[in-house]
Design a protein around this ligand. Structure first.
Ligand code: 6PG
Length: 254
């Protein structure tokens, strides 16, 4: 599949979405480790990916034993500006569902420090990306896989419509104040997302149909942040729960 051309997969229900997410994670990890000895992955936040994380850690499911966990470097696509034990923390969600249940190497989980002042947290995360990826000035990290979700408004990671973070082209990580939330968020920027070897969106929720239609139409709507994700030299896969697509077809009289 040529880089940048979206691959769209429609699955029936959130369990199938979780299985597909786990399959894509395992495949990306195997490929990266075979080729380069390590797997650099950025996890998505929100609720949708949680079943995928739980499945990956489940010793009774066919995924856990297929991942060489000590070879992973785990990052996050975005984070809420809260403590790591806060119910809203993306790190807490991933820790509970996956990270505390698999044999990752000590020091290989790189969380965004939501408890710090936002700008300081963004700068620290950028420094950590440079250190772990061994980047020179001006280089961008090239993740093997970035998992993403999308909100009803079309935001992805914490790149929200109309925010300066969405149009940031130099920095790797931004602290961004989101008016509609009345809160700061931390997020990887589009140049980092677009530099990934593989981007996978996991999308469920009928409330996302309208934004999804604007993303996946022939001329994607640039006002929708998720529509701006275009890997330069990587694959882009949308795994969609049928409910989300069905409503879209209905909207379009399809
Ligand atoms: C976050 C996410 C965000 C998420 C969407 C969808 O921190 O909220 O990273 O981009 O993927 O908001 O969230 P749900 O999966 O909960 O619908």
């Amino acid at each position: 599949m040529s880089p940048g051309t979206p691959r769209i997969e429609v699955v029936e229900g959130v369990s199938a979405l979780a299985r597909r997410g786990a399959e894509l994670f395992v495949a990306a990890a195997a490929g990266a480790i075979a080729a380069r000895g390590r797997f650099f992955v950025a996890l998505a936040g929100g609720a949708t990916p949680r079943p995928t994380y739980t499945l990956l850690a489940d010793p009774g499911a066919p995924y856990r034993d297929r991942v060489d966990w000590p070879r992973l470097e785990v990052f996050f696509g975005d984070e809420r500006c809260v403590d790591p034990d806060h119910p809203e923390s993306n790190y807490r969600t991933a820790r509970e569902a996956l990270l505390s249940r698999v044999p990752l190497a000590a020091g290989n989980v790189h969380r965004m420090r939501g408890e710090l002042p936002p700008e300081e947290a963004a700068r620290r995360y950028e420094d950590e990306l440079r250190r772990v990826f061994g980047l020179s000035a001006g280089d961008r990290p090239r993740f093997d896989l970035i998992l993403l979700g999308m909100g009803a408004d079309g935001h992805t990671a914490s790149l929200f419509p109309g925010t300066s973070a969405l149009v940031e082209t130099r920095r790797l990580v931004c602290a961004t104040y989101v008016e509609k939330l009345g809160a700061y968020r931390l997020t990887l920027t589009l140049p980092v997302l677009d530099n990934a070897r593989a981007l996978v969106f996991l999308i469920a929720g009928a409330d996302k149909s309208a934004s999804l239609a604007r993303v996946l139409r022939d001329e994607p709507d640039p006002s929708v942040p998720a529509a701006r994700v275009r890997p330069m030299a990587g694959s882009l896969t949308w795994v969609l729960d049928a409910e989300t697509v069905e409503l879209d077809r209905a909207d379009r009289g399809g």
